[in-house]
Design a protein around this ligand. Structure first.
Ligand SMILES: Cc1cc2nc3c(=O)[nH]c(=O)nc-3n(C[C@H](O)[C@H](O)[C@H](O)COP(=O)(O)OP(=O)(O)OC[C@H]3O[C@@H](n4cnc5c(N)ncnc54)[C@H](O)[C@@H]3O)c2cc1C
Length: 415
């Protein structure tokens, strides 16, 4: 059995710890923060095998350019003269093609379905509660243009074995008896699920502590020493520590962080915001995406969370209230009787999605350092893909064959 360091205690690092401990390894997690303020806590909680089309897809470039001039738009790239951003942008542009989408779909589908099965297993074994619910996902639209795009997405999903049903406004209203919904129509993905991410993170941390995982919070890993083909030690809090294996799960910081090892991992933070209404008297039943505003809406018990925007912005964590207003302004067109005010800045959560330029995660063993495994870049789907990633990383640490092929997720694919 091995002594394993996990650098980064977001949902990817925590899920990896869960499976490593089950396999009998000794695990230590290092995080620069307190684990309660990273991207894994305030997200929309959706488990989305429906999302088989990566962000880098035809149409995103023209939409991105149109949206760049609107302060409240859902997608924004902050222009900067920064080498990493330029490299990322070139790769994003190169991958916004039909060929890339066709290659990415089976890979995303495999890992999503694998990962959802792990959540089902976890909910069944019930080591702790995380409010896992299988009610599907509604993609709602207002315009003819989006209807056409979404019908195409539904067609692609069905062709690839992911069930998608095109519903009329009346059919959608029947699924949401408590809340008035005004839409042109929508697509229902019955295979999606949702959970409460902050509950999952908290209870998973408690479970791991009870199972002898050591946590070093507010402890950034600052450096490494290396010997020919492996990592010799890492530095944290001024101390050098040695492990058998090192797992890099540093989320949006992974691009900058991996450069400490001389690795080249194109990655940008994709900032998003959420806010949560508590004690909602009449709640929606099924998680939904309000497509024209790219706003995610998730019922979480008596609460209702709204999340959205994607600002490609390095690792800047400041809150831009104009973007939050953009989320709020989207709501009345879909839920005309829901009176949602702009939240105060202190009620807004923000997180940095770790975005690879081709929309596929980085999961694999480094060829440069034989005791380093990389697990990051999950972009908009990190919560969905976390248990699957944790199990795949555990197979790598065990030197076993992985349950699904990892070639599409090769961390060195841009070399
Ligand atoms: C608004 C919004 C809504 C979303 N909704 C969904 C959803 O519905 N479904 C879904 O699947 N995904 C969703 N996501 C995406 C999902 O939240 C992310 O993909 C996921 O949280 C990424 O997890 P992570 O562990 O890679 O990163 P993080 O949670 O950010 O964790 C990385 C950790 O690494 C630590 N770290 C960084 N550098 C160092 C260092 N040098 N030393 C030590 N520690 C370090 C950080 O402190 C951090 O805790 C959403 C994201 C946003 C912003």
């Amino acid at each position: 059995m091995k002594n394993v360091a996990i650098i980064g205690g977001g949902i990817i690092g925590l899920s990896t710890a869960y499976y490593l401990v089950k396999a009998g390894h000794t695990v230590t997690i290092f995080d620069q923060g307190d684990l309660l303020d990273n991207c894994s806590v305030g997200n929309a909680g959706m488990i989305v095998p429906s999302h088989i089309i990566p962000l880098a897809a035809p149409g995103m470039i023209s939409k991105g350019i149109r949206w760049m001039f609107n302060a409240q738009s859902p997608f924004y790239v902050k222009p900067r003269l920064n080498g990493q951003l330029i490299k990322w942008g070139i790769q994003f542009y190169k991958h916004a093609t039909h060929d890339h989408v066709a290659r990415a779909i089976p890979a995303l589908k495999d890992i999503s379905i694998y990962s959802k099965a792990m959540y089902q297993q976890m909910a069944h074994d019930n080591p702790f509660d995380f409010s896992y619910q299988e009610r599907g996902l509604l993609m709602l639209y207002q315009t003819k243009e989006t209807e056409k795009e979404e019908a195409e997405t539904a067609h692609i999903a069905n062709k690839n074995g992911i069930e998608a049903q095109i519903l009329s406004a009346t059919e959608i209203q029947k699924l949401e008896p408590e809340v008035k919904v005004t839409v042109r129509g929508g697509v229902y993905f019955p295979g999606d699920a949702h959970l409460i991410p902050q509950q999952l993170v908290k209870n998973l941390i408690d479970y791991l502590k009870k199972n002898n995982v050591t946590f070093h919070t507010n402890t950034p890993v600052t450096d490494f020493t290396t010997k020919s083909d492996s990592i010799a030690s890492m530095a944290a809090s001024g101390e050098n520590r040695t492990f058998d294996e090192y797992i890099l799960a540093t989320g949006a910081w992974s691009g900058i962080f991996s450069s400490k090892l001389g690795l080249d991992l194109p990655l940008q933070g994709g900032k998003g915001y959420s806010f949560t209404l508590n004690d909602v008297p009449k709640n929606i039943h099924i998680p939904s995406i309000l497509l024209e505003g790219r706003v995610a809406v998730t019922p979480m018990g008596n609460s209702l969370r709204f999340g959205g925007t994607m600002e490609i912005n390095g690792v800047d964590r400041s809150i831009n209230m104009k973007r939050v207003k953009g989320i709020v302004n989207t709501i009345p067109a879909y839920y005309p009787e829901m009176n949602v005010a702009v939240p105060k800045q202190e009620e807004v959560w923000r997180g940095l999605r770790p975005c690879s330029p081709d929309g596929l995660p980085y999961i694999g063993r480094s060829t440069r350092f034989k005791n380093l495994v990389i697990a990051t870049g999950h972009s908009m789907m990190g919560l969905s893909l976390a248990p699957g990633t944790g199990q795949l990383v555990t197979s790598l640490v065990n030197n076993e064959k992985t349950a699904i092929p990892l070639d599409p997720f090769d961390p060195e694919r841009f070399k």
